[in-house]
Design a protein around this ligand. Structure first.
Ligand code: ZN
Ligand code: FE
Length: 254
């Protein structure tokens, strides 16, 4: 039995970095920057032993080298993207399990936002670190992947236990909710989430992590195969990939 303690560090405009402590390791997930992470690590007395990266974007790996220099930590990242993760020591691929000091992280290959994106699922702790794949009530932009790839990736993550906590890398929920209501206006779970998000943001509190069950019920990108959305888009009977493509296209210009 392994436990996991998780601390959320908001940085830059809307990024979240996570510090994750297992029995004998402390990992930073997607360090956009170094200094706030090193400060939090000192404040908690959690010496950093690892960095886990989900993808190569600067707002996810920007602190890699400075944290490695300060701590000597091991950098774990996507084998699917060997040349774009600064300082990567260990490459992991979809289907792998990585032992983080006694806590097992299952690795999923989830291309779409980038071509090498991975996610880490700590099954026992019920925690999913999905980078820029799922956001609360949204999903990452398709910078390097196709709609089919992203839809396939989202379906893979959607199949995890509904009680999974989704630790995404950005606080985009309020604007995601506004868009989602434009294509799924009668969804009660979405309307409830909208109210909850408005209340949290009014207090300047994070809306992340969220429960996967809530995302399955209210996130339009996880609902591209829901009949209500097809009906609203006048796309009844169409392939969910086409519907996902349309939802993503509309969000890009919302
Ligand atoms: Zn990104
Ligand atoms: Fe990002």
């Amino acid at each position: 039995m392994s436990t996991l303690e998780i601390r959320q560090i908001p940085v830059l405009k809307d990024n979240f970095i996570y510090l994750v402590k297992s029995e004998s390791a402390v990992a930073v997930i997607d360090p956009a920057v170094a200094e706030p992470v090193l400060a939090e690590s000192r404040a908690l007395g959690w010496p950093i032993t690892h960095i886990l990266n989900t993808h190569h974007h600067a707002d996810h790996v920007g602190g890699n080298l400075e944290i490695k220099k300060a701590t000597g930590c091991t950098i774990v990242g996507p084998a699917h993207d060997p040349d774009r993760i600064p300082g990567m020591d260990v490459q992991v691929a979809g289907g792998d399990t990585y032992d983080l000091g006694g806590a097992q992280a299952q690795v999923f290959f989830v291309p779409g936002h980038t071509r090498g994106h991975i996610a880490y699922w700590f099954k026992e702790a019920g925690a999913l670190f999905c980078g820029d794949t799922i956001f609360s009530i949204g999903c990452g932009r398709l910078f390097e992947g196709t709609p089919l790839q992203m839809w396939t990736s989202l379906k893979r993550l959607r199949a995890l236990p509904p009680e999974t906590h989704v630790y995404c890398a950005h606080e985009y929920t309020a604007s995601n909710v506004r868009f989602a209501l434009s294509i799924d206006p009668d969804n009660g779970a979405l309307r409830a989430r909208a109210a909850e998000v408005a209340a949290l943001r009014a207090l300047n509190k994070p809306t992340v992590p969220s429960l996967l069950a809530g995302e399955i019920a209210a996130n339009p990108f996880l609902r591209a195969d829901a009949p209500e959305i097809a009906a609203h888009l006048h796309m009844q009977g169409r392939d969910p990939v086409d519907i996902f493509t349309e939802i993503r296209k509309r969000k890009d210009v919302f």
